[in-house]
Ligand binder design. Structure first.
Ligand code: 13P
Ligand code: SF4
Length: 314
């Protein structure tokens, strides 16, 4: 593109020409959230993908989110600005490993977090997101035997609040696992009246400290409806854009991650995969209608069922 091109205006123009919509997760950069037709957490994005009339959509998030859109809207064109935008959590559960684990545990049903590949979803009985996991699990048979994966922290929390004893996959998100009790305690000293909010992918001791625990949308809605003025936020910092935009009179304090294993302070509480989405890549993906998400029909047939079951139960 020529220097000085107004990418935001060009993107909106292309969307109009092609009948396309832009879906964006709260963890993408603010500029992308500002031009998107719809911004949401993973549950809201899946719902939107299932119900939209648009014939083309650009999913600005990570690969599994675009795959979920395609599974729910197989006849539509789903564009993904960067196919390399993976997810450490989805990567922590390979389909062949899950298959082996299932074979070792006959009689168990599989509950998978939406942060999984289509191949893992195809081995799954019901999908959940952080926004509906408790509600979905509460509706499953009390005497059922379940494997929950891949997020250990979310599964552990759901076991606690539902009284279940699901077998937990030992996966995790490299961003959320870095938030520490120490950093939150330091911030609490500095902001004694602040409400502490944490995503369910954080470790148990962090969740134990949090006043509000949930998905990105749970935290956002709480902040919007609360009379409190200060919030300490333990999740990917992209969410602060919408928090600050919709609550201009409130203060949001991001929790920095703990010192990295190398001993160096990491200033980054950001998901590098979400940050792979850029305005230029969105422009190019719309212009060239590439790269498009395709899912092997044999996998798609089985992978869509547990997502549809989730949408029915939540
Ligand atoms: P949400 O379900 O809150 O959108 O979370 C998705 C995610 O990837 C969190 O790291
Ligand atoms: Fe995956 Fe973590 Fe990034 Fe969410 S923040 S998309 S779980 S790597």
């Amino acid at each position: 593109v020529a220097e000085g091109t107004d990418l935001k205006a060009e993107i909106r123009k292309l969307c109009k020409e092609k009948g396309a919509i832009i879906l964006a997760h709260y963890y993408t950069v603010g500029d992308i959230q500002d031009i998107a037709d719809f911004v949401g957490d993973s549950l809201a994005l899946a719902r939107k993908a299932a119900e939209t009339d648009a014939k083309m959509m650009v999913m600005c998030g990570v690969h599994f989110m675009a795959e979920t859109c395609k599974l729910l809207s197989p006849d539509k064109v789903v564009l993904c600005p960067d196919l390399n935008a993976s997810c450490s959590l989805a990567d922590s559960c390979k389909a062949e490993d899950l298959k082996k684990y299932k074979d070792e545990h006959p009689g168990y049903q599989v509950i998978s977090y939406v942060n999984t590949t289509a191949a893992v979803k195809a081995l799954t009985d019901v999908v959940v997101t952080s926004g509906n996991a408790k509600k979905v699990v509460d509706q499953l048979p009390k005497d059922g035997k379940f494997i929950f994966g891949p997020d250990y922290n979310l599964g552990n929390y759901i076991n606690e609040v539902t009284g279940r004893q699901m077998l937990l996959w030992n996966g995790g998100c490299h961003v959320h696992e870095r938030f520490s009790v120490n950093k939150i305690l330091e911030l609490k000293k500095q902001y004694p009246d602040a409400v502490v909010m944490a995503h369910l992918e954080c470790k148990g001791p962090v969740l134990a400290l949090a006043d509000i625990k949930g998905s990105t949308a749970t935290m956002l809605t709480y902040a919007q409806n609360s009379s409190e003025k200060q919030f300490i936020v333990a999740t990917e910092a992209g969410i602060l854009h919408e928090m600050q935009r919709s609550c201009p009179d409130k203060e949001f304090i991001p929790v920095p991650p703990e010192i990295s294993e190398s001993g160096l302070e990491c200033s980054c509480n950001e998901c590098q995969y979400m940050k792979m989405n850029t305005l230029l890549k969105i422009y190019n993906t719309l212009k060239y209608e590439w790269p498009q998400i395709e899912v092997d029909p044999k996998i798609a047939k089985d992978a869509v069922k547990p997502i549809e079951r989730m949408l029915e139960l939540s």
